[in-house]
Design a binder for this molecule. Structure first.
Ligand SMILES: Nc1ncnc2c1ncn2[C@@H]1O[C@H](COP(=O)(O)OP(=O)(O)O)[C@@H](O)[C@H]1O
Ligand SMILES: [Mg+2]
Length: 227
């Protein structure tokens, strides 16, 4: 069952077509949007999450689902990790008595309990990304959009973030993520959406995409990106 549909979705800036009439249905629990640099992955994700308004076409949400998003570079408020997570809960209307415990539990789930009272901006990149994941996860979104969540992290931090993504998905949250890391897409995604030049070229089960890419562009992409 599709939980999100794109109908000829387009985004233009001036005369530039950033997203070119993409129609697709997202029904998987864990979807990866793949494509070369500048393909339009981040723009497509922002359109899906409603951060950008489409120039053409539309999005269809068959049922209303709560959504969260985590960016490549987390934005941390100038306060503790715990207060960052609590603030997210406050914005969503969670009562003051419940915020502290929920924020602490979310930080514990991402392995950040001991660093909860550290100033968030002084944490390492990987730790900040975990706080960002806790901030999103604490709200228990039904859909979580992740834009290159490990792009600026070292391999150990990346693996930790992947573990957290798996856990979030295991709790029933639908994941849609962009990544340029093919190993990561293999480890996480059930389904792959491959885009290039703002167009969708393939949407297939992940195993099919990696074993038998259907388009020349995808074959080239896989060859270039495979070390
Ligand atoms: N606001 C904008 N105005 C003009 N061009 C943009 C804008 N945002 C993105 N682009 C261009 O659109 C293309 C897709 O960008 P992006 O979605 O960031 O790709 P990706 O995430 O796949 O690297 C790029 O060529 C980028 O330079
Ligand atoms: Mg991007």
């Amino acid at each position: 069952m599709a939980w999100l549909e794109l109908d000829r979705l387009g985004l233009t800036e001036g005369s530039v077509r950033i997203i070119d009439a993409i129609s697709l249905k997202v029904g998987a629990g864990r979807t990866a949007i793949l494509g070369p640099n500048g393909a339009g992955k981040s723009s497509l994700l922002r359109l899906m999450h409603g951060l950008l308004r489409p120039s053409h076409g539309h999005l269809i949400w068959p049922q209303v689902l709560s959504q969260g998003m985590v960016f490549q570079r987390p934005v941390m408020l100038r306060t503790t990790a715990l207060a960052n997570v609590e603030y997210g809960l406050k914005l969503s209307g969670v009562s003051a008595q419940k915020r502290r415990a929920r924020a602490a539990a979310a930080l514990a789930r991402v392995g950040m309990a001991e660093l909860a009272l550290r100033p968030a901006r002084r944490l390492s990149g990987g730790e900040q990304q975990r706080v960002a994941l806790a901030r999103a996860w604490a709200l228990e979104p039904e859909v979580l959009f992740l834009d290159e969540p490990t792009a600026s992290l070292d391999p150990a931090s990346s693996r930790e973030v992947e573990r957290i993504i798996h856990e979030i998905a295991a709790g029933g949250t639908r994941i849609v993520m962009t990544t340029h890391n093919l190993g990561q897409a293999r480890r996480i995604a059930e389904e792959v959406i491959f885009i290039d030049g703002g167009r969708m070229l393939e949407q297939t089960p992940a195993t099919t995409f990696f074993q038998q890419p259907q388009t020349v562009a995808a074959r080239g992409f896989l060859q270039e990106e495979t070390p």
